[in-house]
Design a protein around this ligand. Structure first.
Ligand code: ADP
Length: 312
């Protein structure tokens, strides 16, 4: 359904997207995961024909984004970052306006609006102005406008950003339901988001894809227990510096202090060797080790690891 080939985009000297390629099959829900500035929005803007690529191309349902942008736009529903809405319009008037922009024939507008209002759970808000809606309902309206022309593909840029936990669960649920029928690409810088909603994750960092797989595969990527918890009695700064200096340690996080005991979590690529090195480093510092154990790594650790390796 979506074929991306060697897509690149620069903004002046900033290489926002560098030579990325991937495919999305019909009915898949794909997550772009990456820190801010990774190139997620830029990729989405190219796929939705809002900006043109400097190199490479993509096809949506067989139509090339550069050669056939109108055909591409017809097949895509897009919820941009920050969900731009006209706040002084009524909810239904806004949807009528979008339906007109999308060229939906007059005879079908009523039925399409009823359908998207229904699946996006907007019925109780239908009589209100957009400006009166809570953030969660505005996001539902953003999804409704993206769905109104019944597109094959939905592109959702940070669909749950700024929502409270309750609203996040509702929107995730909605996306999962819509994903049964549509091909979806969504972006997030939050891991649980993509793990909860996506079939497959592409990790972006500095404009490149640095990892991909199902949420389960990405966790398995790091089998071998590369996260290590160490509890050490000693001065925090010096202990932290000593741990950071250990070979093959990717990151040291201070988790907290309790009665002089410093709790750290280390990410490493060679857990066995690193456990031994921690022991010797602690002994050399004249400190004491009260706990040293491996933790099964989660998607968050993989994400940090992949994006940090790229950065270093
Ligand atoms: P993400 O969506 O992952 O946060 P973006 O695609 O928005 O990342 O940004 C990728 C890079 O391109 C960043 O370095 C960002 O500052 C830069 N960038 C994005 N949009 C513009 C723009 N309109 N003009 C100049 N630089 C931009």
């Amino acid at each position: 359904m979506i074929e991306v080939e060697h897509l690149s985009k620069n903004y002046g000297a900033t290489r926002a997207v560098q030579d990325i390629s991937f495919r999305v099959e019909k009915g898949e829900v794909i997550g772009f995961l990456g820190p801010n500035g990774a190139g997620k929005s830029t990729t989405m803007r190219m796929l939705t024909c809002y900006i043109s690529p400097d190199a490479g191309t993509a096809r949506i349902a067989g139509f090339d984004i550069t050669a056939r942008p109108l055909e591409v736009k017809k097949r895509i529903g897009y919820l941009p970052e920050n969900n731009p809405l006209y706040l002084d319009m009524g909810v239904i008037d806004y949807l009528k306006f979008i339906a007109a922009l999308r060229g939906i024939p007059g005879g079908r507008v009523r039925e399409r609006i009823r359908h998207v209002v229904d699946i996006c759970g907007l019925s109780s808000m239908a009589a209100k102005d957009v400006g009166e809606l809570s953030k969660g309902y505005r996001q539902r309206l953003g999804l409704a406008q993206a769905l109104i022309h019944d597109p094959d593909v939905l592109i959702l840029d940070e669909p749950t950003i700024g929502l409270d936990p309750h609203q996040i669960i509702e929107i995730r649920h909605l996306i999962k339901n819509i994903g049964r029928e549509k091909t979806i690409i969504l972006s997030s810088h939050i891991l649980p988001e993509v793990a909860a909603t996506c079939d497959r994750v592409l990790i972006l960092n500095r404009g490149s894809i640095v990892g991909s797989g199902t949420p389960e595969e990405l966790s398995a990527l790091s089998s071998g227990g590369q996260a290590i918890v160490a509890v050490i009695r000693g001065p925090r700064d010096r202990v932290e510096a000593a741990l950071s200096a250990i070979e093959a340690v990717v990151e040291v996080r201070h988790l907290g202090e309790d009665a002089g005991l410093q709790r750290f979590e280390l990410l490493s690529l060679e857990a066995d060797a690193v456990c031994e090195r921690i022991f010797f480093a602690v002994a050399a510092g004249g400190w004491s080790l009260t706990e040293l154990r491996r933790k099964s790594i989660n998607l968050e650790d993989v994400f940090l690891d992949l994006t940090m390796r790229e950065a270093s």
